[in-house]
Design a protein around this ligand. Sequence first.
Ligand SMILES: CC(C)(COP(=O)(O)OP(=O)(O)OC[C@H]1O[C@@H](n2cnc3c(N)ncnc32)[C@H](O)[C@@H]1OP(=O)(O)O)[C@@H](O)C(=O)NCCC(=O)NCCS
Length: 188
Amino acid sequence: MSAPSILIRSATPADIDAIMKIEYESFVAGSREDRDLYLKRIRAFPDGFLVAENAETGEVGGYISSELWREDQGVNAEVLALGHDPLELHDDNGTNLYITSFGTLQSWRGQKIGLRLFAALEDKIARDYPDVTKEILIVSEKWTAARHLYAKRGFKETGRIIDFFTPDDLPAEDAVIMMKDIAKPVQG
Ligand SMILES: CC(C)(COP(=O)(O)OP(=O)(O)OC[C@H]1O[C@@H](n2cnc3c(N)ncnc32)[C@H](O)[C@@H]1OP(=O)(O)O)[C@@H](O)C(=O)NCCC(=O)NCCS
């Protein structure tokens, strides 16, 4: 079977059902975020919310969402909390890119679509938001595929928040905080 032809584009509110299907396949109850929050994320920063679409069938099978934070925002458990309001934290002039969520349908995995989606967001931010100097994300210690992908994209572990994720009926999981500095070309 040949790899599907994939189109990566900005999300719109019309993608919300597909995004929620991916969310449900990607995260267990207790670690999931809700529909209203995803709609707010699309509204707050559409340039930072991309989806991957099968160019032949139109199926949307992957998404990545993000916010821009001001440098003085700080990075701590309170602002990192799942479900925080993107309309309050996002600032178009922020210099820190915070990746809020990322996932692909189970049937789409292992075909480098996640990697392409992630790289597409980084490329778009580098091109359209050249003042961004740092990327930040958190990932559960248990999400092996995502951790592998982030390390491959140059992220380094900078800290942990103990028992941050509290999946229903399962032991709590630590959040690994990962960051990446974006090198800027030297002027002159
Ligand atoms: C993380 C996720 C989006 C990756 O999507 P994907 O399309 O399957 O990933 P890719 O095919 O692009 O693979 C990217 C890299 O991860 C590796 N990888 C994929 N699954 C893996 C696994 N289960 N364990 C270890 N590495 C894995 C791939 O081999 C590839 O690395 P390589 O290029 O060195 O071979 C997907 O696994 C997912 O939705 N997971 C559940 C949600 C999640 O954890 N989201 C992250 C929130 S922080």
